[in-house]
Design a protein around this ligand. Structure first.
Ligand SMILES: [Zn+2]
Length: 248
């Protein structure tokens, strides 16, 4: 129909009508493209909102055991350092029960996961680009890097394990508690130590020194690094969703 009108306008040499018809056709095409672009933009924004909301739900789903365990490992590291003053240094007093138990579990380097299912899913489908918020993207990248570094250190420090109570049975005794139903000897404070024997055994001391070094790397690279990048990611997601959590 438009073609017929243009043909007639040309035949009648009505150049104003020809120009008008062209403008109508071009405007129609431009508006069509623009509407398609707006729709695509709206769909991508909706997809991004869904992803960020799922990300926040995943963040909240990481259990308290991760934070409890981090605090527990920090206090174990503190006890290992105070035990060191007695085993390697000039302090000739006996290990306290707390220090003895820290030594008996000084080979334990594991941690509850901080993995976020939505990020693993987006990474595998190649859809991470759907997150367009610059702050969240930066935090996600930092999170991936911290977790990768944590994994490498985790593998390295668990490569050779010095379970001291198993390797040096003469220096440890585990006292059965009155109610042994849920007995967890290495973790519930049941260990008793022969401080003098430990102090005079070079092999024992060197293996303990190895565990203490590893505990430093474990604290920084496996626990703190991922914990901090996780907290930054949570902050970025909260900011994007305009969420404020009540602090206790
Ligand atoms: Zn939040």
């Amino acid at each position: 129909m438009i073609l017929a009108r243009i043909t007639r306008a040309i035949r009648e040499q009505n150049w104003f009508a020809v120009a008008l018809e062209f403008i109508i056709v071009i405007a129609g095409v431009v508006i069509g493209f623009q509407v398609t672009a707006w729709n695509a933009e709206r769909a991508e924004m909706a997809a991004e909102t869904v992803i960020i909301e799922r990300l926040h739900a995943d963040i909240l789903n990481v259990g308290d055991e991760r934070w409890d365990w981090s605090a527990d490992r920090a206090s174990t590291r503190g006890l290992l350092l105070s035990a060191s003053a007695k085993l390697f240094g000039d302090d000739l007093s006996n290990l306290t029960a707390g220090e003895c138990n820290a030594v008996s579990q000084s080979h334990v380097f594991n941690s509850p996961s901080l993995a976020l299912p939505i990020l693993t899913e987006l990474e595998s489908t190649g859809d991470l680009d759907l997150i367009r918020s610059e702050q969240i993207r930066t935090a996600v990248t930092a999170n991936f890097l911290a977790n990768r570094w944590a994994q490498e250190i985790d593998v390295a420090i668990n490569h050779e394990i010095f379970n001291l109570s198993a390797r040096h049975p003469d220096y440890f005794r585990f006292a059965l508690p009155d109610n042994p139903e849920n007995w967890n000897p290495i973790f519930d404070g049941s260990a008793r130590c022969d401080t003098g024997g430990m102090r005079n055994d070079r092999r024992f001391l060197n293996e303990l020194a190895d565990n203490i070094s590893k505990s430093g790397y474990f604290m920084v690279a496996v626990l703190q690094g991922p914990n901090e990048s996780f907290a930054s990611l949570h902050e970025a997601v909260d900011a994007e969703l305009e969420l404020i959590h009540e602090t206790e």
